[in-house]
Design a protein around this ligand. Sequence first.
Ligand code: FES
Ligand code: FES
Length: 158
Amino acid sequence: MREVEVELKVNGRHYKLKIVPWRTLLEVLRENLGLVGTKKSCNEGECGACTVIMDGRAVASCLVLAIDAQNKEILTIEGMSEGERLHPIQESFLKHGAVQCGFCTPGMVMSAKALLDENPNPTLEEIRRGISGNLCRCTGYQHIIDSIEAVAGSGDRD
Ligand code: FES
Ligand code: FES
């Protein structure tokens, strides 16, 4: 099938590329734009490793066609830090030992950001729900929950 021209805005940068219409946002991020911080695992919306923020909402980028991500603000893990300075959520994950193999971490951080942007003071239950689409096979989740709780309480999350 013929390729189509697609324009995306990712981490504040505009990209114009030609792709087949069925290419997912995840494939474009990783393979066309080289933004490999967003992870590919199940590729069917089950694990959350590919989570990015699209117009303020956490989405599984493996389930979004790149063509449908046009005219939207997309934020990936690469857009969270400022140069060498990590985002407070990332700092909190490190401080609380919420990173082991690290494979789930980018997706977790993006889900945490979407949650805290929408609800700056979530309850424990709301934090659990906020990351319920993200699987972690290493940490047992408690350190991740602690990290998010600490950032929420500090008001230091932008
Ligand atoms: S890779 Fe997208 S949800 Fe698992
Ligand atoms: S830290 Fe390994 S999957 Fe979460």
